[in-house]
Design a protein around this ligand. Structure first.
Ligand code: HEM
Length: 449
């Protein structure tokens, strides 16, 4: 890759190459990041010239210390907003109001109360795979994990009242909207009026989301109780003592659904890819599940004991963070790591790149859950590991995800021996989330006990 070093005020390197970038964004970014060794670099992608920031101190400055100067605005966020509106997925006062309302619903105490329902939902979703153990027929791993994630969040957000046909429509529409945004994400300099592949499918998907969500909100308003998110949002009063309007509830629920389903499904998918490639870790994990869960159905009470499971999930999120890049627009000019970032420019933070920096992680490409042994966690910079970002926009669903992932591991391994069909190497592919490069077929057999 030819590197063109421009001497600008801060003398930082500029990397050119829109075409190569569109073909293999992750490969390009990894090569650039390795060469920069944590220094801030600028990418020259034609009209779009973002700064790439990977060093934990700099990332912390942007996400946490000086977060007010970096906003989720600009071309990369605009398409997403057409789906999620301006509440929890936005920035500024509307985001803040949404965050204040939603945060208590995802606090540890509340998630703990949700966990048994979550366990029932995960068990039910994994039961749905049983015919594959009987027939030996392979299934599509991404689809199966998406179904688990859709069911779990559907239940947490809408309670038991969401008809499964609606849940499936919503899940599919959100997935379609996400996939059809990929072109806009890879060509962020394309103006919104210029048609791009995926635009029509995106608009249709947004219509479907509205058709499903608005009636569910209306229906929830008629009931006066319930501990699901929509029921709670229907009870909330704003600063003026007024109930939240339908649009605001719709936007926040869709915003959270978007933030939580695809990220979860993709992370659960990488979990099985990593385990398939590492039989020793898989065996230790199975032994833990066997010891803690035994012949029971996995339940909330098992979670605190599933410690190694937790470490494995954390390591999966290090190598394959679903939220692999975090773009921000610089609101007021700022200096980071000795570089002046002008107002209006874009900064790209990337958990994927920071998690693979050799200066932070020994043998960074090796899958090693021991990195997350409790005694080793304290030795790390807080922003060396950021699958859930940090600062004011830190993920609201991290505890819910962790509980769900532990339950999925426990439900699968206490019943089955999963294997991936050997269809060649799998690499991460940059989409809005970090997806596998190809279709993955899984088979399951009943584990002998
Ligand atoms: C593996 C699973 C997940 C990953 C890797 C993940 C990752 C992230 C990341 C990186 C952010 C920060 C975005 C930014 O700073 O621009 C975020 C925000 C968020 N996540 Fe998650 N997430 C996951 C699961 C979930 C789940 C299950 C929920 C469901 C409730 C959720 C809800 C949210 C919300 C609402 C935000 C926005 C918070 C704000 O801006 O105030 N996430 N997530």
């Amino acid at each position: 890759m030819p590197v063109n070093v421009l001497q600008n005020a801060a003398s930082i390197p500029v990397y050119r190459g829109p075409a190569r970038f569109a073909r293999d964004p992750l490969g390009q970014l990894e090569a650039i990041s390795a060469r920069a060794e944590g220094a801030i670099v600028r990418l020259n992608l034609g009209f779009f010239r973002p700064f790439l920031v990977t060093r934990p101190d700099d990332v912390q400055h942007i996400l946490s210390g000086n977060a007010g100067r970096y906003v989720r605005e600009g071309m990369l966020w605009q398409p997403v907003r057409r789906l999620t509106g301006n509440g929890i997925s936005g920035d500024g006062p509307q985001w803040k109001a949404s965050r204040e309302v939603l945060r208590p619903m995802f606090a540890a105490r509340h998630v703990a109360a949700l966990t048994q329902t979550l366990a029932d939902t995960v068990n039910e979703a994994v039961d749905g795979l049983d015919e594959h153990a009987t027939t030996g027929r392979p299934f599509d791993l991404v689809k199966a994990m998406t179904r688990v994630a859709d069911l779990a969040l559907g239940r947490a957000f809408f309670g038991g009242g969401i008809p499964s046909a609606d849940g499936e429509r919503l899940g599919q529409a959100v997935a379609t909207a996400f996939t059809s945004l990929t072109a806009r994400m890879l060509l962020p300099f394309a103006p919104s009026w210029a048609p791009l592949p995926g635009d029509r499918a995106f608009r249709r998907a947004v219509r479907t989301v509205d058709e499903v969500v608005y009636p569910l909100v209306a229906q929830r308003r008629l009931q006066s109780d319930g501990d699901d998110v929509v029921a709670m949002l229907c009870q909330v009063r704003d600063g003026a003592g007024q109930p939240l309007d339908d649009r605001r509830i719709r936007d926040d629920v869709v915003g959270m659904y978007v933030a939580g389903t695809e990220t979860t499904a993709v992370a659960l998918t990488w979990l099985w890819v990593a385990l398939d490639a590492d039989p020793a870790v898989a065996e230790r994990l199975r032994a833990e599940v066997e010891r803690v869960v035994g012949g029971e159905r996995p339940a909330a009470k098992h979670l605190p004991e599933l410690r190694y499971t937790r470490m494995v999930i954390q390591e999966v999120l290090r190598l394959y963070p679903s939220g692999w890049f975090l773009p921000r627009t610089v609101l007021e000019s700022d200096v980071v790591g000795g570089v002046r970032l002008p107002a209006g420019s874009t900064v790209l933070l990337s958990p994927y790149l920071t998690h693979r920096m050799p200066s932070l992680w020994e043998r960074p490409h090796v899958f090693d859950p021991e990195r997350f042994a409790p005694e080793r966690a304290g030795a790390r910079h807080r922003f060396a590991y950021l699958p859930f970002a940090g600062g004011p926009h830190q993920c609201l669903g991290s505890q819910l995800f962790m509980a769900e992932a532990q339950l999925v591991v426990a439900a699968m391994l206490s019943r089955y021996r999963p294997r991936l069909r050997d269809d060649g190497p799998v690499r991460p592919r940059a989409a809005v989330t970090l997806r596998p490069s190809r279709r993955l077929a899984m088979t399951i057999t009943r584990g002998e006990r």
